[in-house]
Design a protein around this ligand. Sequence first.
Ligand code: WTA
Length: 571
Amino acid sequence: MDVQRIPAREGNYNLKDYEKTRQNFSWDEVKKNFSWNETGKVNMAYEAVDRHAADPNKKDRVALYYSSPDREEEVTFGQLSKQSNKFANVLKKYDVKKGDRVFLFMQRSPEFYNAFFGILKLGAIAGPLFEAFMEQAVRDRLQDSEASVLITTPDLLYRVPQEDLPDLKKIILVGDHNESSDKYIDYKKEMAEASAELAIEWVDLEDGMLIHYTSGSTGKPKGVYHVHNAMIQHYATAKWVLDLKDNDVYWCTADPGWVTGTSYGIFAPWLLGVSNVVRGGRFTPDDWYGTLAKYKVTVWYTAPTALRKLVSAGEEAVKRHDLSSLRHLMSVGEPLNPEVVSWGLKAFDLRIHDTWWMTETGAQLIVNFPSQEIRPGSMGKPIPGIEATIVDNEGNELPPNQMGNLAIKEGWPAMMRTIWNRPEKFESYFINGWYVSGDSAYKDEDGYFWFQGRLDDVINTSGERVGPFEVESKLIEHDAVAEAGVIGKPDPERGEIIKAFITLNDGYEKSDELLEDIRQFVKTGLAGHAAPREMEIRDSIPKTRSGKIMRRLLKSWELGLPTGDTSTLEE
Ligand code: WTA
């Protein structure tokens, strides 16, 4: 479908002249917006929360509009500052120190944000986990990070395999429970006793703040390590890309278990002191439209998978709600279909701005700015301060319109600083001074970037990044499964779905019940979104002579494509 370019509209945008800002840009200018620029003392929690709590004009502003189907709460910057002080004091009482890893495994709730900032206030490193994770996923992440404290809710406790987690000293339980061992700390009781006074731990810009686990095509999930310095880029993009202004009401739909949910669901709006909406519970179009209307959301950041569902729900659903406050829409996580952009124009009379970045990049890098023309299907242009290009396998830059590996000049503020426990993995991302993303793309003559796909086997299903190795490992733990190869198969609604090819152990017969049992095994052992939607039993799984599963070949067979070079295929 040939989609027309969409011109910028008149508007009072935070970034008016992209070219000029780019030319004269230095990150040092952005630093002047932070108090640490003068004091040398820094902590993300101070810049995002305490600074506003100390400002008479912002102290009583609502920081968090929280709602879920059974709970509703407003939290001001003043309250969030005090509550997170208290939580920091609770952690302190149990000996948490700067650099310790403290993980959160719970639903979004006001308590989550108190705990999150409490962790940062001690200079400890926060690790948010999706509440959808099952035992194996939780085990891998807590083992690798050697987390000493976990904050969770009693209903999720059964998925925390404590016997395999020798480093885990304390578990803080949010909610009613009957646990009596002194390993457990009761959130409510401790918070009631804790002091709201705290001497925050001032840290270095390069000190650790956050670990987000994410998937690659090989091995266990990687602990992507971010530092306080990321705030510089969160702040800048909150202005340029989110276009936030003082009286905006902002909603980012992402869960903080995902980098979008921290960088843009927490830091970016709060660094600017903007009111932030958090909606818990499951997605339905009417619920989401209702949330936009209820809080008079002005700026909305969501994902293509949700937008596609809204398209299916039709324009009638839009008309049932008053969405007149909305002025700016953005998307991230997967390719944004031009059809969805066209639909957005019709349904909301607004442009949807695609943004591209990754867990590893820590913040937005290539985006569509409100003040620029949109070319539907394109991710847009690099933000000021970022140099992006397309490279070949040796790290040489390619000319416009040639497809290759999307790469970013090393050294932007929010870039990951390492992969936890795996420095060699971190090094492997870089070639010739470029961070090589693993996404294939090209750049047109005018500098717009166009996403083409992943160059490795990483699967993107409904915006969730899933490593085939993790799913394969879980599959072969099932008694019936001998070998497994897992691929992403294109799907109109979900982007990709997970398809698993398996071979059965002797003594097992193919049946629908068995396949369903295997699916459930992955779902309850790893995570719902990691369970294969399609499964196929084969006599063998293609492998290289060195024993690597040839997922590419499985994919070619599945899609009826040419199989390419199969010279390394095992006999
Ligand atoms: C994909 C998400 C197309 C891409 C913040 C990337 C996208 C991976 C886009 C990172 C986009 C992200 N268009 N693809 N606008 N944004 N992706 O780490 O393949 O969960 O490498 O971070 O998602 O996923 P991650």
